[in-house]
Design a binder for this molecule. Structure first.
Ligand code: FES
Ligand code: FE
Length: 331
C-alpha cells in the first residue's frame, strides 16, 4: 500500500455504478492496488483482487450464490470477506486467516467510489445532483497518462483556453486573463471572480462569444468543481448555471482515470450523446497537451517551472498540496 495518507483516506471514483452487475466480477486499479468489484446481496463490494490462500486473482473466479469463488482451489468467500468453504477439506472449518481484504465503497452521482484507508470526509460534494432543477450527466472514463495533479491544475487554468480549445472555450483574439480571487479554506481551495471571454461557452445553448464568470472549488486534492455563469436568467429570474466536476482516480503516480460530471439548469437540453461528444472533444484537446508535460508528477517542492500572474490558482494549488503533506504523484 502506498504511504500517502491524504490519498489513501480519500474517496476515488473507480467505475460507473452500472458497470458492476450482479453475478459478474469486475476489476479496477487504484493507487497501485488491483481491485475486485462485485455486487453482493447487500451492495457493491471492492476487495483486494488477491486470494489470501495463494495469491491468485479472485476476479478470474466466479460470483456464485452471493459468494466469490476463487479460480485456483475453489475457496468460497462470503460478502463479509470470510471464507466459508474449502472444497479440499469440506468437513474442516476454514482457517481464520482465510479472509478477503475489503474496502469501503459508496455509490454517488452514478459513480462507484472506493476508499482504501479510513475516509476522513464524505465523497466530494456535487450539490446539483440533489436539485430537481438540474440535469446531471457522467462523462468518461478517460484514461489519462499523467499525474492527477497535472489534470486538476489544467482544469483550473484559464490561459490555455484560446490555444488548446480555440473556437470553443477561447479565441486567440481574446487571450487576456484578468485578475481573480484565490482563497484556501478548511474546506479546500476556492477561485472566484474569474472572467474569460469564450466563443462557445456551453455545449447546450447557441450563444455568440461572451464574457463568462467562473468559480472553482477544489474540495479534495484530486477533485475540482467549477460553476459557470453565462449571464442568462430564466423567466423567473433564476441564474442559468452549469457545474462541472472533474475527479481523478490515480492508477499510479503518473496515470489514472478521469471522470467528468456535468450539471446544468438550462432548459435547452441536448441528448446525452451530444453532451458526451462535446466533453470527449474538449478532454481530448487537453490530454494531448497535459500528457506531454514533463515531469508528469506535479512539481510542488522547488521547480524549474516559472509562474505568471495568470497562474495564481496553480501557485496556490501547489502550496495547498504541500500544506496537506501530499507526496504521491508530485516532485
Ligand atoms: Fe485462492 Fe487457493 S489461491 S483458493
Ligand atoms: Fe482545457
Amino acid at each position: 500500500m502506498i504511504g500517502d495518507r491524504t490519498l489513501l483516506d480519500d474517496w476515488h471514483a473507480v467505475a460507473r455504478t452500472g458497470d458492476v452487475v450482479r453475478g459478474q466480477p469486475s476489476v479496477a486499479r487504484l493507487l497501485e492496488e488491483d481491485l475486485l468489484l462485485w455486487r453482493s446481496p447487500r451492495g457493491v463490494e471492492a476487495w483486494l483482487d488477491r486470494c489470501p490462500h495463494r495469491g491468485a486473482k479472485l476476479s478470474l473466479g466466479r460470483i456464485h450464490g452471493g459468494r466469490v469463488v476463487c479460480p485456483y482451489h475453489g475457496l468460497e468467500y462470503e460478502a463479509d470477506g470470510r471464507c466459508v468453504r474449502v472444497p479440499a477439506h469440506p468437513d474442516r472449518p476454514p482457517p481464520g486467516q482465510a479472509r478477503a481484504t475489503r474496502f469501503r465503497t459508496t455509490e454517488r452521482y452514478g459513480l462507484l467510489w472506493v476508499c482504501l484507508g479510513e475516509p476522513i470526509r464524505d465523497v466530494p460534494p456535487m450539490p446539483e445532483s440533489d436539485d430537481k432543477g438540474y440535469w446531471v450527466h457522467v462523462a468518461g472514463r478517460y484514461e489519462i497518462s499523467t499525474s492527477g495533479y497535472r489534470a486538476i491544475e489544467n482544469f483550473l487554468d484559464l490561459a490555455h483556453f484560446p490555444f488548446v480549445h480555440p473556437g470553443l472555450l477561447g479565441e486567440a483574439s481574446h487571450p487576456e486573463v484578468a485578475d481573480y480571487d484565490v482563497e484556501v479554506t478548511s474546506d479546500g481551495m476556492v477561485v472566484d471572480n474569474a472572467r474569460f471571454w469564450q466563443p462557445k461557452p456551453t455545449n447546450t445553448i447557441d450563444l455568440d462569444g461572451i464574457d463568462v464568470s467562473y468559480r472553482y472549488h477544489v474540495p479534495r486534492p484530486l477533485t475540482a468543481r467549477l460553476t459557470k455563469d453565462i449571464g442568462l436568467r430564466s423567466a423567473g429570474g433564476d441564474v442559468k448555471r452549469e457545474a462541472i466536476m472533474l475527479t481523478f482516480a490515480p492508477i499510479d503516480e503518473e496515470s489514472g482515470i478521469g471522470w467528468v460530471l456535468l450539471a446544468s439548469n438550462y432548459d435547452e437540453q441536448y441528448g446525452e450523446e451530444e453532451i458526451e461528444a462535446f466533453t470527449d472533444l474538449v478532454i481530448g484537446q487537453d490530454l494531448r497537451i497535459i500528457e506531454s508535460q514533463r515531469p508528469k508528477r506535479l512539481p510542488i517542492r522547488g521547480t524549474d517551472e516559472f509562474s505568471l500572474p495568470a497562474d495564481r490558482a496553480s501557485v496556490h494549488y501547489r502550496r495547498w498540496l504541500r500544506s496537506l503533506g501530499v507526496t504521491y504523484g508530485t516532485v
